[in-house]
Ligand binder design. Structure first.
Ligand code: GLN
Length: 441
């Protein structure tokens, strides 16, 4: 918990050096089994010592001494940011992403870079070129993805918090499977400058943390308009009467036992706070996957054209894994067929319809709630078709398509496996969403 940890550091009970050393020792001990961290920042301990000096002088920032694990698709200057791909195996960040500059300015320390699905394409943590990540709370299961290493790092206590990216659920999905909090902000709320994109009209960076409060602390530091990302902007949440909350529960397919846990939680919280809830019909939300993937394929294909072997040494098609290749080949096909407007433009139209459907729902409901993931994570080694893999995303892609904020908060476990409840709010109501989500912890 960030607040308590900061208190300890401030009072001198814990130094930032000891904090960072503690994490590094834990990573050295447990990471060989979990494989959540790909690289340690060799300078982390030295940086911590410098921060300790600042703390003594009373000149340290808001996150002084805290340790972060960063997803390997976010640029950190001088550190290997390989997107868990052979394509960028030896690529060192040449600059800091805006989120990194903001966190460093508050004296947080980067402990290392997280494993992930290759180029963030995946929902299981199995497609990394550098080995699969295990779920610290269910070691024989996948941790979810694509921010697999970021979620597993929080679950395994390797850091104070982690950063991930979420294009169609990649923060929330592994957060749900690993029993931690994962927050995807509204599209544009956090600068994407320095993120190696998967699908630029859907990507957002966000925190993975031990609690909603922690996620909020991080979000408040990384959010805001950035000159270097023209889609970024300042959002201010609407004022809401916390005594009169109406929750909508969209009818959508998911495992019935998972739905059972979610409904139980909603009832419990509503009884306690005298809030109301009801089912709501959103007509097009079952088209999430069909809408999401064509957009993702085409934008990913176009984004990967820079990895042609001239600048980074290796041509992506020659060294990438199966899922990345599928998207490049598929995305190329779709892009070629584009003159007919058959897929991409159609998908964009569907995106708009889904967006409007959510906008309308938020005229009536303060928040919408559903599971984060429709099923439990599979066992490592189970054969899963790519189609089955895509169904993991059916409930999480919606927030990206609608550009709204969404968070996954752990509820009860099912057969010893963590399950997350997904709470969504109107675009721009990010801080309100965080506020209300604390009630569900
Ligand atoms: N699983 C989804 C995909 O493979 C989402 C990935 C993500 O959010 N980065 O595209």
């Amino acid at each position: 918990m960030i607040k308590q940890k900061l208190e300890m550091i401030k009072s001198g009970e814990l130094t930032s050096e000891a904090n960072i050393m503690g994490f590094i020792t834990k990573i050295r001990k447990d990471n060989p089994q979990i494989n959540a961290v790909l690289r340690l920042n060799e300078k982390a301990v030295d940086e911590a010592k410098e921060i300790d000096k600042k703390i003594k002088k009373g000149k340290a920032g808001k996150l002084a001494g805290l340790g972060i694990i960063v997803k390997s698709n976010i640029n950190v200057k001088g550190v290997i940011c390989n997107c868990a791909s052979k394509t960028l195996e030896n690529y060192r960040g040449t600059y800091d992403a805006s989120v990194i500059s903001k966190l460093i300015a508050e004296d947080a320390i980067i402990i290392g870079m997280a494993n992930m699905d290759e180029f963030a394409c995946g929902a299981s943590g199995e497609s990394s070129a550098f080995g699969i990540t295990r779920n610290p709370h269910a070691m024989d299961r996948i941790p979810g993805g694509s921010s697999s290493g970021s979620a597993a790092s929080v679950a395994a206590n390797f850091c104070d918090f982690a950063l991930g990216s979420d294009t169609g659920g990649s923060i929330r999905n592994p957060a749900s499977h690993c029993g931690v909090v994962g927050f995807k902000p509204s599209y544009g709320a956090v600068s994407r400058y320095g993120l190696i994109d998967l699908s630029m009209s859907l990507d957002q960076i966000g925190p993975l943390a031990y609690s909603v409060e922690d996620a909020e602390i991080i979000y408040d530091i990384i959010k805001g308009k950035d000159e270097r990302d023209s889609t970024s902007r300042e959002f201010v949440s609407e004022n809401k009467n916390m005594k009169k909350i109406l929750i909508g529960i969209p009818r959508i397919n998911a495992n019935s036992e998972i739905w059972g846990l979610i409904r139980k939680k909603i009832k419990e919280i509503c009884d306690k706070n005298k809030w109301k809830y009801e089912d709501v019909e959103l007509k097009h939300i079952n088209l999430g996957i069909q809408t999401y993937y064509p957009i993702n394929y085409v934008e990913f294909f176009s984004g990967t054209r820079k990895f042609d072997g001239r600048k980074y040494g290796l041509k992506i098609e020659e060294v990438c894994g199966e899922e990345v290749l599928r998207r490049i080949l598929g995305g190329g096909e779709i892009a070629q067929a584009e003159f007919a407007g058959k897929y991409y433009r159609r998908a964009l139209k569907a995106k708009k319809i889904i967006e409007e459907e959510f906008e309308k729902a938020f005229e009536k409901y303060d928040i919408l709630i559903m599971p984060t993931v429709p099923k439990l994570p599979h066992r490592i080694g189970d054969k899963v078709t790519f189609y089955d893999m895509y169904t993991y995303d059916s409930l999480s892609v919606l927030a990206n398509l609608a550009e709204i904020p969404a968070i996954s908060v752990p509820v009860e476990k099912l057969y010893e496996i963590p399950v997350g409840i997904q709470i969504m709010a109107k675009r721009g109501n990010d801080n309100f969403l965080l506020e209300i989500s604390k009630m569900f912890e």
